[in-house]
Design a protein around this ligand. Sequence first.
Ligand code: SAM
Length: 212
Amino acid sequence: MGREFVDIFDGWADSYDASVSGKDPEYRDVFEGYETILSEVANRVSGTIIEFGTGTGNLTAKLLEAGFSVIGIEPNTKMLEVTAKRFPSINLIDGDLLEFDVQNENIDAFVSTYVFHHLTDDEKGIALKKYANLLSKNGKVVFADTVFLTEEAKKAQIAKERNRGFLNVVEDLEREYYTTIPKLKELFTEAGFQVEFVKMNDYVWLMDATKK
Ligand SMILES: C[S@@+](CC[C@H](N)C(=O)[O-])C[C@H]1O[C@@H](n2cnc3c(N)ncnc32)[C@H](O)[C@@H]1O
Protein backbone atom coordinates (compact mmCIF):
# COMPACT_ATOMS: atom_id res chain seq x y z
CA MET A 1 0.00 0.00 0.00
CA GLY A 2 1.34 3.42 -0.93
CA ARG A 3 4.36 1.95 -2.69
CA GLU A 4 2.98 1.86 -6.24
CA PHE A 5 5.14 4.80 -7.39
CA VAL A 6 8.39 3.80 -5.73
CA ASP A 7 10.03 2.34 -8.87
CA ILE A 8 9.58 5.64 -10.75
CA PHE A 9 12.36 7.01 -8.55
CA ASP A 10 14.90 4.45 -9.85
CA GLY A 11 15.08 6.51 -13.01
CA TRP A 12 15.09 9.82 -11.16
CA ALA A 13 17.71 9.28 -8.42
CA ASP A 14 20.65 10.50 -10.55
CA SER A 15 18.93 13.54 -12.08
CA TYR A 16 16.68 14.54 -9.17
CA ASP A 17 18.90 17.33 -7.84
CA ALA A 18 19.06 18.89 -11.31
CA SER A 19 15.25 18.88 -11.43
CA VAL A 20 14.84 20.58 -8.06
CA SER A 21 17.33 23.27 -9.01
CA GLY A 22 15.17 24.24 -12.01
CA LYS A 23 17.13 22.58 -14.84
CA ASP A 24 14.07 20.64 -16.01
CA PRO A 25 11.68 23.28 -17.49
CA GLU A 26 8.66 21.00 -17.00
CA TYR A 27 9.20 20.85 -13.24
CA ARG A 28 10.45 24.43 -12.73
CA ASP A 29 7.15 25.69 -11.29
CA VAL A 30 6.77 22.63 -9.05
CA PHE A 31 10.20 23.18 -7.51
CA GLU A 32 10.18 26.98 -7.47
CA GLY A 33 11.55 28.14 -4.10
CA TYR A 34 12.62 24.56 -3.28
CA GLU A 35 15.28 25.55 -0.71
CA THR A 36 12.87 27.94 1.03
CA ILE A 37 10.19 25.25 1.15
CA LEU A 38 12.58 22.79 2.82
CA SER A 39 13.82 25.44 5.28
CA GLU A 40 10.26 26.42 6.16
CA VAL A 41 9.46 22.78 7.04
CA ALA A 42 12.65 22.43 9.11
CA ASN A 43 11.96 25.72 10.94
CA ARG A 44 8.61 24.46 12.20
CA VAL A 45 9.85 21.33 14.03
CA SER A 46 12.44 20.30 16.61
CA GLY A 47 13.68 17.30 18.56
CA THR A 48 13.45 13.73 17.27
CA ILE A 49 12.01 13.73 13.78
CA ILE A 50 10.80 11.10 11.37
CA GLU A 51 11.33 12.15 7.76
CA PHE A 52 9.46 10.25 5.03
CA GLY A 53 10.82 9.96 1.49
CA THR A 54 14.30 11.36 2.13
CA GLY A 55 15.12 11.17 -1.61
CA THR A 56 18.59 12.63 -2.12
CA GLY A 57 18.65 13.95 1.47
CA ASN A 58 18.05 17.65 0.91
CA LEU A 59 15.49 18.11 3.70
CA THR A 60 17.52 15.71 5.85
CA ALA A 61 20.47 18.10 5.48
CA LYS A 62 18.45 21.06 6.80
CA LEU A 63 17.14 19.05 9.76
CA LEU A 64 20.63 17.87 10.68
CA GLU A 65 22.09 21.39 10.28
CA ALA A 66 19.49 22.56 12.81
CA GLY A 67 20.77 19.95 15.26
CA PHE A 68 17.76 17.62 15.22
CA SER A 69 17.83 13.84 15.49
CA VAL A 70 16.53 12.38 12.21
CA ILE A 71 15.12 8.95 11.43
CA GLY A 72 14.79 8.68 7.65
CA ILE A 73 12.19 6.38 6.07
CA GLU A 74 12.63 5.71 2.34
CA PRO A 75 11.15 2.88 0.23
CA ASN A 76 13.28 3.36 -2.91
CA THR A 77 16.60 1.51 -2.67
CA LYS A 78 18.51 3.90 -4.93
CA MET A 79 17.29 6.97 -3.07
CA LEU A 80 18.02 5.25 0.25
CA GLU A 81 21.60 4.64 -0.91
CA VAL A 82 22.03 8.29 -1.92
CA THR A 83 20.91 9.53 1.51
CA ALA A 84 22.94 6.83 3.30
CA LYS A 85 26.09 7.81 1.42
CA ARG A 86 25.52 11.50 2.15
CA PHE A 87 24.73 10.98 5.87
CA PRO A 88 26.32 7.69 6.95
CA SER A 89 25.60 8.22 10.65
CA ILE A 90 21.83 8.71 10.58
CA ASN A 91 19.22 6.04 11.16
CA LEU A 92 17.77 5.20 7.71
CA ILE A 93 15.02 2.64 7.37
CA ASP A 94 13.41 0.91 4.40
CA GLY A 95 9.76 1.85 4.99
CA ASP A 96 7.05 4.16 3.76
CA LEU A 97 4.39 6.64 4.87
CA LEU A 98 2.17 3.85 6.17
CA GLU A 99 4.54 1.05 7.15
CA PHE A 100 7.57 1.88 9.24
CA ASP A 101 9.10 0.29 12.27
CA VAL A 102 10.33 2.69 14.94
CA GLN A 103 10.26 1.24 18.40
CA ASN A 104 11.00 2.89 21.74
CA GLU A 105 11.39 6.32 20.18
CA ASN A 106 9.76 9.48 21.47
CA ILE A 107 8.83 11.21 18.23
CA ASP A 108 8.39 14.99 18.28
CA ALA A 109 7.48 15.46 14.61
CA PHE A 110 6.85 13.83 11.25
CA VAL A 111 8.05 15.73 8.18
CA SER A 112 8.19 15.27 4.42
CA THR A 113 8.46 17.28 1.23
CA TYR A 114 6.94 16.21 -2.11
CA VAL A 115 5.88 12.80 -0.71
CA PHE A 116 2.35 12.72 0.79
CA HIS A 117 0.64 12.53 -2.64
CA HIS A 118 1.83 8.93 -2.97
CA LEU A 119 -1.07 7.90 -0.72
CA THR A 120 -4.74 7.86 -1.70
CA ASP A 121 -6.95 10.11 0.40
CA ASP A 122 -8.17 7.10 2.40
CA GLU A 123 -4.58 6.07 3.04
CA LYS A 124 -3.67 9.63 4.03
CA GLY A 125 -6.38 9.48 6.70
CA ILE A 126 -5.06 6.14 8.02
CA ALA A 127 -1.49 7.47 8.06
CA LEU A 128 -2.43 10.65 9.95
CA LYS A 129 -4.22 8.61 12.64
CA LYS A 130 -1.10 6.46 12.98
CA TYR A 131 1.10 9.56 13.41
CA ALA A 132 -1.34 11.01 15.96
CA ASN A 133 -1.06 7.80 18.01
CA LEU A 134 2.73 8.09 18.04
CA LEU A 135 2.84 11.78 19.02
CA SER A 136 2.26 13.46 22.38
CA LYS A 137 0.07 16.55 22.76
CA ASN A 138 1.55 19.40 20.66
CA GLY A 139 3.52 16.94 18.53
CA LYS A 140 3.75 18.01 14.90
CA VAL A 141 3.21 16.86 11.35
CA VAL A 142 4.72 19.29 8.85
CA PHE A 143 4.48 18.27 5.21
CA ALA A 144 4.94 20.27 2.01
CA ASP A 145 3.47 18.89 -1.20
CA THR A 146 1.51 19.68 -4.34
CA VAL A 147 -2.08 20.39 -3.31
CA PHE A 148 -4.93 22.21 -5.06
CA LEU A 149 -7.56 24.56 -3.66
CA THR A 150 -10.33 22.66 -5.49
CA GLU A 151 -10.75 19.83 -8.02
CA GLU A 152 -11.55 22.53 -10.60
CA ALA A 153 -8.24 24.26 -9.90
CA LYS A 154 -6.46 20.93 -10.39
CA LYS A 155 -8.20 20.38 -13.74
CA ALA A 156 -7.29 23.91 -14.82
CA GLN A 157 -3.64 23.36 -13.91
CA ILE A 158 -3.54 20.09 -15.87
CA ALA A 159 -5.06 21.88 -18.88
CA LYS A 160 -2.47 24.66 -18.59
CA GLU A 161 0.41 22.18 -18.53
CA ARG A 162 -1.06 20.23 -21.48
CA ASN A 163 -1.33 23.47 -23.45
CA ARG A 164 2.30 24.26 -22.96
CA GLY A 165 3.33 20.71 -23.87
CA PHE A 166 4.52 19.68 -20.40
CA LEU A 167 3.22 16.15 -20.81
CA ASN A 168 5.41 14.56 -18.13
CA VAL A 169 3.87 16.85 -15.53
CA VAL A 170 0.39 16.13 -16.92
CA GLU A 171 1.01 12.38 -16.64
CA ASP A 172 2.31 12.79 -13.09
CA LEU A 173 -0.68 14.92 -12.00
CA GLU A 174 -3.13 12.42 -13.48
CA ARG A 175 -1.33 9.31 -12.15
CA GLU A 176 -0.70 10.15 -8.49
CA TYR A 177 -3.03 11.18 -5.65
CA TYR A 178 -2.83 14.98 -5.58
CA THR A 179 -5.62 16.20 -3.34
CA THR A 180 -7.29 19.40 -2.21
CA ILE A 181 -6.96 21.69 0.80
CA PRO A 182 -10.54 21.03 2.06
CA LYS A 183 -9.92 17.25 1.92
CA LEU A 184 -6.63 17.56 3.81
CA LYS A 185 -8.24 19.83 6.39
CA GLU A 186 -10.94 17.19 6.96
CA LEU A 187 -8.38 14.35 7.27
CA PHE A 188 -6.07 16.23 9.68
CA THR A 189 -9.02 17.32 11.82
CA GLU A 190 -10.48 13.80 11.98
CA ALA A 191 -7.08 12.50 13.11
CA GLY A 192 -7.00 15.00 16.00
CA PHE A 193 -4.80 17.77 14.61
CA GLN A 194 -5.19 21.51 14.32
CA VAL A 195 -3.83 22.40 10.89
CA GLU A 196 -2.89 25.48 8.91
CA PHE A 197 -1.90 25.73 5.26
CA VAL A 198 0.61 28.11 3.67
CA LYS A 199 0.96 28.52 -0.10
CA MET A 200 4.61 28.18 -1.17
CA ASN A 201 4.34 28.34 -4.98
CA ASP A 202 1.82 27.56 -7.77
CA TYR A 203 1.87 23.89 -6.77
CA VAL A 204 3.16 23.44 -3.25
CA TRP A 205 1.39 24.11 0.03
CA LEU A 206 2.90 23.64 3.44
CA MET A 207 0.65 21.88 5.94
CA ASP A 208 1.55 22.56 9.56
CA ALA A 209 -0.42 20.35 11.96
CA THR A 210 -0.29 20.24 15.75
CA LYS A 211 -1.76 17.38 17.76
CA LYS A 212 -4.49 18.63 20.07
C1 SAM B 1 9.75 13.74 -5.18
S1 SAM B 1 10.82 12.82 -4.13
C2 SAM B 1 11.06 13.93 -2.77
C3 SAM B 1 12.41 13.77 -2.11
C4 SAM B 1 12.71 14.74 -1.00
N1 SAM B 1 11.76 14.62 0.08
C5 SAM B 1 12.74 16.16 -1.51
O1 SAM B 1 11.93 16.98 -1.09
O2 SAM B 1 13.57 16.47 -2.37
C6 SAM B 1 9.71 11.63 -3.46
C7 SAM B 1 10.39 10.61 -2.54
O3 SAM B 1 9.36 9.86 -1.88
C8 SAM B 1 9.67 8.48 -1.95
N2 SAM B 1 8.40 7.73 -1.85
C9 SAM B 1 7.62 7.23 -2.86
N3 SAM B 1 6.56 6.61 -2.34
C10 SAM B 1 6.65 6.71 -0.99
C11 SAM B 1 5.87 6.25 0.12
N4 SAM B 1 4.74 5.56 -0.07
N5 SAM B 1 6.29 6.51 1.38
C12 SAM B 1 7.43 7.22 1.58
N6 SAM B 1 8.22 7.68 0.59
C13 SAM B 1 7.83 7.43 -0.68
C14 SAM B 1 10.41 8.32 -3.26
O4 SAM B 1 11.18 7.15 -3.29
C15 SAM B 1 11.25 9.60 -3.30
O5 SAM B 1 12.46 9.43 -2.64
